[in-house]
Design a protein around this ligand. Structure first.
Ligand code: GSH
Length: 314
């Protein structure tokens, strides 16, 4: 496992129950701040103050890229893009690649150095996305769900206030959908792909495709998950579905069916893809490079995939 332990970078460290407990403790205690429009949190929503570190490969970082685009915050919140190669000993790296950038804010070569700068004794994985505060010189937050919510709700003075992806009357439904999508689908593809035993893989795949079947049915008579309006839940689902056939079906062995075999989910994903601005946030060269090239040793190649379902008798 690649991670920082007490601020020291490790390129290959075994996991342990103790380390996991410590990572979970840190995860709830640090870098979970909120930017607010009224400055009550100490992090005021304002232009030119915040910066995103992202990868076009990652579905979680994609949530941040997408909301920045759809809320028209590109001139308000700056962004650095890491190379899709995560396989080097240093993990996420700033390196030459189409549409990747350097770290113009802090001048680092690796993302772990951004974490070290924010908290010199940090323990945990070094993940994207990261929301950085240029004024305080620290990480505000590194949970994509919270970044998505903040950028939707707190920057209306500067971005497009006419669209709201978390409207009051739909919040309960959106929260329920987010829980379902996060656990069963967004994380579900990784549970299948990174399973260390055949049994774990088999049950993860079954759970994932059961969830996809549920959503396929629910989209039978409506364009978006809650009805006519595009919400946060759709954005979260989209960033996983758009990667499905390109990498999850193949590289992560989620191959019972392609997304293209689900009429409703396929149309739904294409519908969102063709909304203004969305296609520009999807970079298949980054996505493929990341999933096929960098998970050596993490994906168990001895696991036998469930699919594809082919019937030669037909
Ligand atoms: N909970 C985080 C998860 C982000 C995450 O897992 N990002 C992956 C890329 S898809 C990552 O950076 N992984 C690095 C690692 O596991 O060391 C979020 O939703 O923001």
């Amino acid at each position: 496992m690649k991670l920082l332990i007490n601020g020291i970078w490790h390129s290959s460290h075994p996991d342990s129950a103790q380390l996991q407990t410590e990572r979970n403790r840190v995860r709830t205690q640090f870098f979970r701040n909120w930017i607010t429009a009224d400055a009550s949190s100490g992090y005021k929503a304002e232009p030119d103050r915040y910066h995103l570190y992202v990868s076009y490969a990652c579905p979680y970082a994609h949530r941040a890229i997408l909301i920045r685009k759809l809320k028209k915050l590109e001139n308000i919140i700056s962004m650095s893009v890491l190379s899709p190669d995560w396989g080097s000993p240093q993990g996420w790296t700033f390196a030459s690649w189409t549409d990747a950038t350097t770290d113009d804010v802090n001048g680092h070569d690796y993302l772990y150095q951004v974490y070290q700068q924010a908290k010199p004794d940090f323990t945990g994985k070094v993940t994207v996305p990261v929301l950085w505060d240029k004024q305080k010189g620290t990480i505000v937050n590194y949970e994509s769900a919270e970044i998505l919510r903040m950028l939707n709700c707190e920057f209306n003075t500067f971005g497009d206030a006419t669209i709201d992806f978390y409207p009051k009357d739909l919040r309960e439904e959106i929260d329920q959908l987010n829980d379902f999508i996060g656990d069963r689908i967004s994380d579900g593809v990784y549970h299948a792909g990174f399973a260390s035993s055949q049994e774990a893989y088999d049950s993860a795949v079954e759970r994932l495709f059961n969830a996809l079947n549920t959503l396929e049915q629910s989209l039978e008579h409506k364009p978006y998950l809650t009805g006519d309006r595009l919400t946060e839940a759709d954005l979260r689902l989209f960033t996983t579905l758009v990667r499905f056939d390109a990498v999850y079906y193949t590289a992560l062995h989620c191959n019972l069916q392609r997304l293209a075999d689900y009429p409703n989910l396929w149309n739904y994903t294409r519908r969102i893809y063709h909304l203004p601005g969305v296609a520009e946030t999807v970079k298949f060269d980054h996505i493929k490079r990341h999933y096929f090239d960098t998970y050596e040793g993490i994906i168990n190649r001895r696991i036998i995939p469930k699919g594809p379902q082919i019937d030669f008798e037909l």
